[in-house]
Design a protein around this ligand. Structure first.
Ligand code: GLU
Length: 429
């Protein structure tokens, strides 16, 4: 369990699904399956470092506001801490701590030499001007300057942030240390050492895992009926790549509502529409309006929750009609809902596998930066495909050998590798 002092910072409200407790439950389940040493479980249950900083920002109207920013470093046994920075009003220290832990297992599962971290600021980026967001990002980076570094902790984009924020972070860090340090962040613009293919990487990874899972049930992507909750960076990239591969994306939604089209939506046209409509898909012609809740229960081959956590819960899980759920978001299915889906035989492709494409290409970006050799997009996509398909096959094999769910299989692989490294390195002193 998370250290009591940390929990006390944010007392839970009634009926609140604590993301950190959920993350620890999955860890404990994996530890049981692996017959993990209690001491190792104890170490892995706690983040190694938790940083919360105040971010004073002068708004455009000269008012001063103070925001809280977090960075949680869960484990660096396998390499530098790695993980995104989230800007969203629902960000809490518990959520960031849970997501940091997921990053540890995700990197280990994909076989990339990183530990897990996550950062976040509780704010709604839509309510801030570009100038305000720049000041917030720079102050946050500056407050974390001693805790991050290209060999220590490497941030990346997450929900509500993009290459733009990474460029501000890279610049702030570089100005503070006195020279350009491109390796301080990944997911940055190509002009300062970003990788080709990084922007679409998480969505591409989702498409690859869905393709493999359908193939395992002798089904092709061509004509597969897919519903996607969320049309941000991940949801829209997955939608486009699935559409290009011949799948029928029958429904898409954002926070402001969704749309449905039995014959499949024209995703390139929809992307252009959303870009001109403040990222909303509502009002798109040749489609019927549908609520976010109804999208989750549509009959389809694959449901892709690509928005927030805790979207499929005990309340709606029995209405879910998809054959496969691919977790493009982190933690979109609650612990209890997951148990019900497992009992019903619905395949859940777990987040630490399905959405790992982003951090895989972050790793490829880091490798290119370290070697000063930059690849074309074809090479990046090929390496991504190799690592994603390899991890998928390992998860399937682990699940078959031990007769366990894909989630538990993915967790036992990730947790097992970290635990092995921890036991080989030993405790200091
Ligand atoms: N935010 C992404 C994730 O949750 C990417 C992290 C990274 O590239 O470091 O996996």
């Amino acid at each position: 369990m998370l250290s009591s002092s940390l929990l006390q910072l944010e007392p839970p409200t009634p009926a609140y699904i604590c993301p950190y407790e959920q993350a620890c439950s999955y860890l404990e389940e994996a530890a049981k399956e692996l017959k993990l040493d209690q001491g190792i479980l104890e170490v892995l249950s706690h983040p190694r470092k938790v940083v919360t900083v105040s971010i004073p920002v002068k708004r455009d109207n000269s008012e001063v506001q103070v925001l809280a920013g977090h960075r949680v470093q869960h484990c660096d046994i396998l390499g530098p801490y790695k993980g995104g920075i989230r800007y969203h009003p629902a960000v809490t220290l518990r959520e960031v701590s849970a997501l940091a832990m997921l990053m540890t297992w995700k990197c280990a599962l994909l076989g990339i030499p990183y530990g897990g971290a996550k950062g976040g600021i509780a704010l709604d980026p839509k309510r801030y001007s570009v100038g305000e967001l720049e000041r917030i990002t720079r102050r946050y980076t500056s407050e974390l300057i001693k805790d991050i570094g290209p060999a220590v902790d490497i941030p990346a984009p997450d929900m509500g942030t993009s290459a733009r924020e990474m460029a501000w972070m890279m610049d702030t860090y570089s100005v503070n240390v006195g020279h350009a340090v491109p390796g301080i962040v990944t997911g940055k613009p190509i002009s300062i050492g970003g990788s080709r293919g990084r922007e679409m990487a998480t969505g591409r990874g989702v498409m690859l895992i869905v393709r493999e899972a359908l193939a395992d049930t002798a089904q092709s992507l061509v004509g597969a009926r897919i519903a996607i909750q969320g049309f941000g960076n991940v949801g829209s990239a997955a939608a486009l790549l699935l559409h290009q591969a011949g799948a029928k994306v029958i429904a898409v939604s954002t926070g402001s509502g969704g749309i449905f089209c039995e014959d499949g939506l024209d995703i390139p046209v929809l992307k252009a529409y959303a870009a001109q409509n403040r990222k909303s898909v509502v009002g798109f012609l040749q489609a019927t309006p549908i609520s976010n809740a109804d999208l989750l229960t549509l009959p389809c081959d694959v449901l892709i929750p690509a928005a927030l956590e805790n979207q499929i819960t005990e309340d709606n899980v029995n209405q879910v009609q998809a054959k496969i759920i691919a977790e493009a978001a982190n933690g979109p299915v609650t612990l209890l809902a997951n148990q019900i889906l497992e009992a019903k035989g619905i395949t859940v492709l777990p987040d630490i596998l399905a959405n790992a494409g982003g951090v895989v290409v972050s790793y490829l970006e880091w490798v290119q930066g370290l070697s000063y050799v930059f690849w074309d997009e074809e090479r990046v996509n090929k390496e991504l495909e190799y690592l994603m398909v390899q991890a998928y096959r390992q998860v399937i094999q682990q699940s078959k050998i031990h007769q366990i769910s894909l989630r538990l299989a993915a967790y036992t692989l990730g947790v097992g590798r970290v635990a092995q490294a921890l036991s080989d390195r030993g405790l200091y002193p």
